[in-house]
Design a protein around this ligand. Sequence first.
Ligand code: ATP
Length: 240
Amino acid sequence: QEGILGSVKGLFHRDYEEKQAVSQMDLSVRGGEFVGLIGPNGAGKTTLVKMLTGIIAPTSGEISVLGYYPNKLENDFKRQYAVVMGQKSQLFFELTAEDTLHLFRQIYGLSDKEYRYNRDYFVELFGVKELMDVQVRTLSLGERMKMELIVALLHNPKILFLDEPTIGLDAVAGRQVRKFLKEVNEEKGTTILLTSHYMEDIKSLCSRCVVVNHGSKIYDGATEELFDRYQKNKRITLTF
Ligand code: ATP
């Protein structure tokens, strides 16, 4: 399956000046997986996502995503992944939702057929049809996150990176976003790597999770087992 649907592999580390933000991270994600990345504030989760998506380069080591080196930002790579940073919008607030989708169609260079198919699929899935004429600026946080996700998924990426996608959302919007992400992973086979502070996100979506603390991996395995151990207070101490 590896390389067909999406994979991440690498052993790498990243410093910010003197400080080691991610140390000797050995990470491997198979195509079709939905992996959760958790850890306390400052653990290195965002730094990890930034390296995996080419925003920053590792200080040493090598990362391969779908067989590409992310920080080279080759066009072929750009067409196959997407990233949504919960605290940083990719949307233009002056545009309507419909015009936003048109704009990203051009950015991705989608054919008429591809565009219509994908737009209709995701607009229907996320239930945002009635928002198409609305200016992005006036959308609620939950509606805006749905648009962020549609924009990210419009070109059918093989792998989707999500950094805190439910941050700031109310319970209903959070639940909806989780439901859509589950469906995208199951129906489209999209590989998803998600960071979150919310246990609910990880428990309900990710069969596997990676716990990071002080830039190092302290757990990598079944989510259920992690929560079992946590409840029994064995071996792993989590402070959130
Ligand atoms: P949070 O959950 O708060 O977003 P995180 O797990 O995503 O935290 P990172 O943002 O990756 O953690 O930060 C890891 C470490 O690197 C922290 O100690 C942080 O202070 C440091 N750091 C992050 N970005 C920079 C930067 N641009 N310059 C210097 N240090 C940084």
